[in-house]
Design a protein around this ligand. Sequence first.
Ligand SMILES: NC(=[NH2+])NCCC[C@H](N)C(=O)O
Length: 501
Amino acid sequence: MENRETNAVTELVTRQDDKQAHRASRIHVSSEIGTLRRLLIHSPDRGLGKVVPSKAQDWLFEDIVHLDMMRRHEYDYYVKILLYFLDPDKVKGKIADLGPDSDRSFFKPDHANYFKSDKVVDIQCLLSDILADEVIKTRLIAAICGIERTSFRTQQHLSQYEPVELAKIMISGSLPDLTMLFAPLPNFIFTRDIGIVINDHILLNKPAKLARTREALLAQYIFFNHPLFVDYQDKILEIPDNEHAFLLPDADTKRDVTRTTLEGGDVMMIGKRHLIVGVSERTTLYAAQQVMRLVFNKGVVDKVTILQIPKKRDYMHIDTVFTQVKRNVWVLLGSLARTGDEGQKRDVIHFFAPKDVSEDLRIMQFRKGQEHKPVEIENLEDLLADISKNDLGATEPIQFIYSGNNEFPFGAREQWTDSCNLLALKDGVVVGYDRNEKTADAFRNAGFEVIGAAKLLDRFERGESSPETIENTFIMLPSAELSRARGGSHCMSLPLFREEL
Ligand SMILES: NC(=[NH2+])NCCC[C@H](N)C(=O)O
């Protein structure tokens, strides 16, 4: 009897634990601005310190970053802000000890003092978790050694490492003694690009660039094997290759139409039933169509907007030209838009001048069941205003904040350093880079408070403000080094759970 009771209690406790665990691992994103509750990040790892000028372009960097500065003076602030909003107990009252002069053990995923949060999750931790399983470990080592073309001995050698160290090797490409086995993954900090949560589904990417291939492999293994995603196995979306592409001569496969590439920066879950997919330097039209087919067939959304932007390095993904700030507020690049100084400067361009980039912008909207009858939308502002009003029910006037305050030539300058690539922590509170001063002015003009991360953390610590009460704020991250990696806070985040708007 006693035994049965104990069993019943254990069962109840287990069920409650299960429920909590279930809630803790819930995956759901239905907007870009609902309060952020859980995300995947990756802090700059030792591989980033291996970028050399001769490889910088291939590895999608324009410059050599100072790793220590990037971590202590920049990325750690990003983490502190994220924790204050998503998992405050980890940092509240401790900010003074977590400054740039600390030993940083709090920020190191492999250290005993690591903050280890289930809200702000470093993908490196998930990788070490799954490597504890011998079968997965063997398979992943083999897969990586296959794509990296290592020797068989390297493969054997790798299996001797413990999961935590092995995860670091797989990401950084180098052994603890710094011997390089294969290339680093300096772009792994841009977790946005490896996958996107679309309601309760997860879409995995197919990187366009060789430098990001291993990232996709790691992501596949993590999403298909980590307990965090156990309830979502049948909701992981992968897009198929175009069979015709296998039969084409190499020279022709370079042509976008035949390829299937897709990166997360081109996919935006913008409203409950509405998905935007960019066609860009990185995402092909074929891939966008496949995504549309998948999400319609699975009933994940009812509306897909395909937004084609110029295939240019500066624009690489759609989230480099616009992001959402608030239900009725957007930040965007004026030269791709319709109005303002940047737009007018364009008008004086002579007939014989190179083609205007905005001509490459095309927006087509498709509805489920009526895919053959897409609606063309003339410009970006019309699309965004329509989303604010009709998908999100905004009642206030729609506001557009332009990169560089739309003053020539600051729009382009600041877009290059990610003025349009902001992460919303909640409706109206965004994180971006401090170096984009004109864009910050534009935010002030639009009625936002603009405040540095360190100052805001101070305010939180003194109880003068809080993540719950703060409104209409642009939080500025120090960004001299981070911005050289060509991505902003939107790219450095993969939201797993946002509250519904
Ligand atoms: N979602 C984004 N915009 N990601 C930016 C990625 C930047 C990275 N250096 C690359 O070129 O791939």
